[in-house]
Design a protein around this ligand. Structure first.
Ligand SMILES: [Mg+2]
Length: 272
């Protein structure tokens, strides 16, 4: 009898195309099994270390990878919970090691090119967190966990006390010895020229072909637009960009990006 009733119900349903109220309870959860696979070299779930203890800061390392690869964009501040992580990274050896890899690859790239030596081969360097390091400033401003404060940062710039990023300074010297000319292309404003030039010279960047700062015609424009436009002018003037190095993707994206680009680490701030 029950089978007949069910058959009748299904027949009616198909005939009327009505969707029955299935009363699915709101209790559906994916149940993922615990993957305690011993002796794995490549852990599927690297949420714990060799002794299965938690690794503090793992999510911050994922965040850093995502911002360095430009997968997370448009962010305004470092997540509060990553302040310690970013601080330790920036002040520790890893930041220096990561920077050295970039500088080494940049030199390797340059050495692989048959340079013409005609005085038109240039290297484009960004300034902040590329040739100069503002770590003394950011160390006292939460390593990027607080919103950008233009007043405080500009005061720091005017002091002209930013140290060189040592790996970039070493690269700079190598590039000069190869006959490549240096162009600094920075988002710092034109009225910061004197302080910036003095700072660069004081820490060892003693010569350059051009120091390009952002003038009022670029007010309101993105760094990508500004830097692309200035690189285009350089190429129109006959320069050939052998390499282009910066800590922001906006230093490297856009047009006229040069023979190769090199991204230095910077998990402290984002400039579009
Ligand atoms: Mg920069």
């Amino acid at each position: 009898m029950k089978i007949l009733q069910l058959f009748s119900y299904i027949s009616t349903l198909l005939a009327t195309s009505q969707v029955p109220d299935l009363h699915i309870p709101n209790q559906i959860h994916l149940h993922l099994p615990d993957l305690h696979i011993p002796n794995q070299i490549h852990f599927l779930r690297p949420l714990s270390g060799a002794g299965l203890q938690d690794i503090p800061g793992l999510s911050c390392s994922s965040w850093r990878l995502a911002v360095e690869t430009n997968n997370i964009i448009g962010w305004e501040t470092v997540p509060e919970e990553c302040a310690n992580y970013v601080g330790h990274y920036m002040l520790g050896q890893q930041y220096r090691d990561d920077s050295k890899v970039v500088a080494d690859q940049a030199l390797l790239h340059t050495n692989s090119i048959n340079l013409a030596g005609d005085g038109k081969e240039i290297w484009v360097f960004d300034v902040d967190e590329t040739t100069l390091s503002n770590l003394p400033y950011y160390a006292t401003h939460g390593f990027g966990t607080t919103p950008y404060n233009s007043t405080a940062f500009n005061e720091w710039v005017e002091e002209g006390k930013a140290p060189a990023l040592p790996e970039s300074l070493a690269l700079y010297k190598n590039l000069l010895s190869l006959g490549i000319k240096i162009v600094f292309l920075t988002g710092r404003l034109e009225d910061q020229r004197n302080a910036t030039a003095a700072n660069l010279k004081n820490v060892g960047y003693h010569t350059w072909e051009k120091l390009i700062l952002k003038d009022s015609s670029y007010s309101g424009k993105t760094a990508v637009a500004y830097k692309s436009s200035e690189r285009k002018k350089l190429e129109e003037d006959g320069y050939r960009i052998i390499g282009n190095m910066g800590d922001q993707w906006s230093d490297l994206l856009g047009t006229n990006t040069g023979n190769r680009t090199f991204k230095l680490p910077d998990p402290m701030y984002y400039i579009s």
